[in-house]
Structure formats: C-alpha cells, structure tokens
Design a protein. Sequence first.
Length: 263
Amino acid sequence: MSFRLAVCAEMVYGELPLIERVHRIHGQGFEVELWDTRGRDIAALAATGARFSSMSGYFGGSLIDPDGADEVLASAEKLIPAALELGVERMVVHPAELGEGGRAVRPIHRSTGEMWLTGLRTLQRLAVLGENHGLTFALENLNTILDHPGIPLARAKDTMALVSAVNHPNVKMMLDLYHAQIGEGNLIELVRAALPWIGEVQVADVPGRFEPGTGEINYRAVASALREAGYSGVIGLEAGASGGQGLPAGDAALAAFRAAFAD
C-alpha cells in the first residue's frame, strides 16, 4: 500500500525563494505543504503545477476560547479563496492561538470543561464551513514540553477526542508524530487508535526535528503499522534537513524521508 508523500516547503531549501522550493519539491515527486499563505503570490504558486496537501487554516483567535472562536471562523473564511485556488485539501488549525515561534499567545496550563465544549462547538462550525467549500479542517496535535508550552488540549489524545466527538468528514486530525513522540510516545498504538480520524500524518525525528533516520523514532516500523491499519493517505515531512540549508542537504533529507516510507 503506497502513501502519498508531501514535504513542508517552509522547512527545507530555506536559501531558495518559496516558488523555487515548491518547484524543487514538486520536481522530486512530492506534494507540498504550506503554512501562512497571506502575502504570497497564490497564482504563481498554483502555476508551479504542484499538488498542495495542506496549509494553515486560520490566523487569529482560539478554538477553545468563547471570545476567540468567531475570529477563528472569520480568518478561516478569508483563507479559503487561496486554498481553493491552490487545490489544497486540508486547512490546519490548532487548539489555541499560536504567536511568534509557535508560542502560546495566552499561555494556559490547565484545561477546563468550557474549553472542551468551546473547542467542540468551534470545530462543528468549521465542519460546516469545510463542507460548504469542499475542504477539510485538520486539528494538529502539539507538544507542550518543548515547542508549544501553554497550549491546552494539544496532546494527540486530546485532539483525537475532540475530532471523534465532532464525527464529521470535514474535520480530521493532522496527526503530528514528532509532537506525539515528545509528549506521549507509543506511536504505533497511537496511529492504530487514531486511524478513523486521521486526515494527514506529519513526521520528523526526535530530537532535532530533522528527517527520519536522524533520531530515535523507527519510522520504518511506523510505516508498516500504518499500512497494516489500512492508511494510504498523505505523510508529510515537516522537518528541517540535518545537513543544513544547502541544496544537497535538502535533497538528502527528502531521499531519507522517501526511503522511510517506501513500499
């Protein structure tokens, strides 16, 4: 069973302009992930011929805050035209608002029942928005130990609980195994449990957030578990190249990624 492989254009080939990164990724047979598309030349990106698997799906507000939920919906609506022009399938959202460097805008270290209920209702509203436009909103899990302290309901088990409670085809998980390894571990059992709710899987090794084979995660075993579970969707490399930003380093990182998830 073959996976569709995608590469985040924000994290490799950083010495190149974005359009050239997309060309290089696409030229090696990968799909492309993007982050914030505001201020970018959407027509030029579409003209590359690349297939875009995902992009950021909001730029303000918080899923779990009653005072910020409307802003999540409003910002998502503003991004939808770009998503449609690019043919993006998934628009990524997070449990709470991220600021500079992925840090929590308003750090909170304990979740409440109101947060759970607000998150559920906001995702239900996003489900309707996604259904209306033929898009899927993907809730990404994060680690709060290293990269994203102060983000409530960020663990994979929390995001899975929210997505499964919504139970709508236009709301899925962006299951990030780099974050899950840091915060929870037990990745093979996690992918088996999350399978019905996965929209896309993102990978990077731990420590360092580089390509598979540079750290402690046995991604060949993870790939086997995903195949055995019946997953044939997108695996996205959201990682830097361990050799640095030069072109050979990026090429080597993509080759290692492909090898980890090859049939």
